[in-house]
Design a protein around this ligand. Sequence first.
Ligand code: ZN
Length: 289
Amino acid sequence: MQRLKEHLIDGYYAATWPWRARFRQVRARVGLAPVMVLFYHRVADQNLNDWTITNDGFRRHLDWLEANLEVVTLAEAQRRIALRCNPRACVAITFDDGYGENCDKAIGELIQRNMPATYFVTLGNVLSGQPFPHDAKLGIETRPNTIDQLREMAASGVIEIGGHSRTHPDVGAIRDADMLHDEVIAATQELASLIDQPIRYFAFPFGQHANLNDAAINMLRANGILGFCSAYGGYNFPGDDPYHIQRIHGDPELSRLRNWMTIDPRKLNGVKRYQPRYVKQTVAVGGDA
Ligand SMILES: [Zn+2]
């Protein structure tokens, strides 16, 4: 079944290749090349599931990304969206949750290659050492990162730590302002003080349209966070809202990654961008006073 799916994707990729090549060529020529952001969760060789990629698989992804795209920091990706100019298709790499196994090989691999990544962490699990709720529910045994690992990553200068709430809730369903503040702002500030570095970005747990929350987004803006990430797929282009960075799943299958990263026409037109309702405030996007 898996093989059949890969064949179908490869067939679709080949059939749409002329369109893809032309799209990217025209976009690059006018400085409107796509700004893509990938999200991974767990890189490990045991307990494989939909949100785990093997170490070999991850290395193959990095090889492909290095050879085919410009790999940039999340801040640089955001800058290109905001400046309305990107002459070359680029990608930023992110991780969600904070799985301990990522530090066995994957993070070292990124640092060795000097490939930047943003690492979004659920604070409560790092503090308790307990598996993430979505794993616990399925009886999967995983271990979160330790604070020392996060500090080491942050000190590398290649990995930037970001906020991913305290308990990994559906933030979209939270109506209570105090609870919202605790999950989104207080947890992020505590994480920043634990790693002794400022935190600039926040990724919403689950990251689908329904899991986003305008009140939380406005709180993030008011508290100096430079931008937030969703996770429902979707490309960013120069001129889009730079505060909201859309991300694409780093699917373990290389054929799917290649399909996404060379612009899938179905995804280009079929994904609706979430448009937050921003409240007017004195803090500008970018955190300048
Ligand atoms: Zn998550």
